[in-house]
Write a protein that binds this ligand. Sequence first.
Ligand SMILES: *Cc1c(COP(=O)(O)O)cnc(C)c1O
Length: 355
Amino acid sequence: MSDPIRISRAATKKPKPKDSELTFGTVFTDHMFVMDFQEEKGWYDPRVEPYGPFPLDPAAAVLHYAQAVFDGLKAFRGRDGQVRLFRPQKHVERLIQSSQRLCIPPLDPDLALKSLVTLVGIEKDWVPSTVGTSLYVRPTIIASEPFLGVRPAKSYIYYVILSPVGAYYPEGINPVKILVVDKYVRAVEGGVGGAKTGVNYAASLYAAEEAKHAGFTQVLWLDGRERKYIDEVGTMNIMMKIGDEIVTPPLSGTILAGVTRDSALSLMRDWGLRVSERPVTIDEVAAAARKGTLEEVWGTGTAAVISPVGELAYKGERLVINGGRIGTLTQKLYDAIVGIQYGTAPDTRGWTVPV
Ligand SMILES: *Cc1c(COP(=O)(O)O)cnc(C)c1O
C-alpha cells in the first residue's frame, strides 16, 4: 500500500483571474502535489503543499541531460457545476510509458491517479466555468540527483501543478496556416518521439520560430528518414479526410499516442466512418488537395482539442483546405468531445472522472 497523502494548506490564497482574462499556462493555483524518489526508498512522501519553487542542486541531472517526462490533461466544470477530469487514467498510463523510455522509475498508477484527483479536489474553486476554459493539469517528473555522469539518476521528483486556462489558440477555433518543413525533423524512428518529454519540444522550437516569422501558426513535421511521410502538426496529432477515408499516421514510435487522437478515432469508428491508421505521404496529401478530395485537415491535442488546418504550404505551393473554413466533421468532433468534457453530452465510454 502506498503512503497516505499529506496535506499542508497555503496560508494565503492568490486572487483568481476572471474567465475572460485567462490565457494558457501563465497563472498557477495555490497548491501543488509533490512526491520524491530515492533508489533505496522508492517513491515516498506523497504530499500536497503550497505552490512554489523547490530547491534544486545546480548539478541536478535534469538540468544537464534532460531526463524528464510530463503529461497534460484537463479538468472541466460542467454546466451542472460538476468538475470532471478527462481520461486521467489514460494520461497516467502514458506518463508511465514515457517514464520507461527515459529510464525513470514508474509511478504506481493508482497513486498517480489519486494525486490528480486529490489536488484538483483541493483546488476545485480554480476550475473556471465558461465553455472553452478549463483547469490544465501538468504532472511532471524530473531527475534531481546531483551528478554529472551519464546514467539514469538515482533520485527524482514527481510533481503536479495546475493552471486555469482559456482557449489555447488566440485565433480560437479558426483554421490555421501550417508550413510543411523538410529541413528540420522532430523525431526519428528509435528515438523519443513517442514519449512526452521536454527534449522533443526543445527540438521543435527552431523550426516553429522560422515558420512563425514566415507567417504560419505552426509546422507540419515529416518523417526523419525520407521527409516523405506525415508525422505530426506542431505538438498535435494530425488527421485528414481524403474523400470518404479518414487518415491518420500510425503509432510507429515517432509520434505521440495522443489521448485526443484516441478519443477522436473511437468516436469516428462509432459513427461508422472509414478510419485508417496508415502511413500517408505529403505527396498523397498534395495530390488530393489539387484534385479537390482533401476535404478536411485537423490537429488533435488536449490544449486545443481539435484545431482545423485551413492551409498547408509545401515547397512554395499553397494547399487550401475547404476554402480555409472549418469542415463539418472537424466541427462535429470538436462538439462531441467538448460535450463529453463539459457534461452536456452523455459519457457512455467512462472517459470522465468526477472530482
Ligand atoms: C501531448 C502531445 C500530443 C497530444 O496528445 P493529447 O494526449 O491528445 O494531448 C501530440 N503530439 C505531441 C508531440 C504531444 O506532446
